[in-house]
Design a protein around this ligand. Structure first.
Ligand SMILES: [Mn+2]
Length: 233
């Protein structure tokens, strides 16, 4: 019974299948997906459909899923009326589109309507964070960071944006007894990182977005029981 974490798959279906093979995920294992499944890469919806059929996957919401949830209803509807409410939706759509939504939309609109609603429902059930205790170690899993961090602030007190959009300061140790596992920030962009392209571990941080959707980036997976790391080519 092992626990694995992956993040920021961003439509990289082949890389995802490759790391799944490498970890040899068993039925009794659990895979946490730390958000940003959608956008940028070629097959975001194909990845989502794969996750939906896997029984041992738990998804945590990323900012790209948040943007998508706000827009997918709008894509499905026929736009026949003009109201001020619609302008807000156009605005949301434009933000999502500028963040790499094209491939997600191209795949999404080809689905039948039952499947479209299934995907929306699936994403609406994503959790926001997860606390784990494994082999004597505490872990806190969240997509983005702990925006407006304060040591006494309880996880429940953070806003959705603070957990999903804000970035972690990797030079700062947030907790003495909790490893904070985050995606959202590709490890090659962490200034103090001496091993770009690898999972970053320092100051009780574990940053696992190895930039799969960028040139030279790859998909990283960590096993929380052993600390073992796995990478796509
Ligand atoms: Mn993100």
């Amino acid at each position: 019974m092992s626990t694995y974490v992956v993040s920021d798959i961003h439509g990289k279906y082949d890389k995802f299948i490759e790391v799944l093979d490498k970890i040899n995920l068993k039925e009794e294992d659990t895979l946490y997906v730390l958000g940003d499944i959608l956008d940028r890469g070629k097959h975001p919806i194909k990845v989502m459909l794969k996750l939906m059929e896997m029984k041992n996957v738990i998804c945590i919401v990323g900012n790209h899923e948040l943007m998508a949830i706000r827009c997918m209803d709008f894509i499905i509807q026929k736009i026949t009326e003009t109201s001020t409410d619609k302008f807000d939706k156009y605005k949301n759509f434009s933000i999502w589109y500028r963040n790499g939504a094209k491939n997600t939309i191209d795949e999404f609109i080809k689905l039948d309507s039952k499947m479209k609603f299934k995907i929306i429902d699936y994403m609406k059930n994503f959790i926001i964070y997860k606390k784990l205790y494994i082999n004597g170690k505490n872990f806190l899993l969240v997509h983005g960071g702990l925006g407006d961090f304060h040591p006494d602030k309880k996880i429940e007190e953070y806003t959705l944006d603070e957990l999903v959009w804000d970035r972690v300061d990797y030079d700062m140790k947030y907790f003495d007894d909790i490893y904070l596992i985050t995606g959202h920030t590709p490890t090659m962009l962490i200034e103090s990182n001496t091993k770009p392209g690898y999972i970053y571990k320092a100051n009780n941080h574990i940053a696992i977005d190895c930039g799969a959707c960028f040139n030279g980036g790859r998909l990283g997976v960590i096993c929380l029981d052993t600390g073992e790391e796995f990478y796509s080519s």
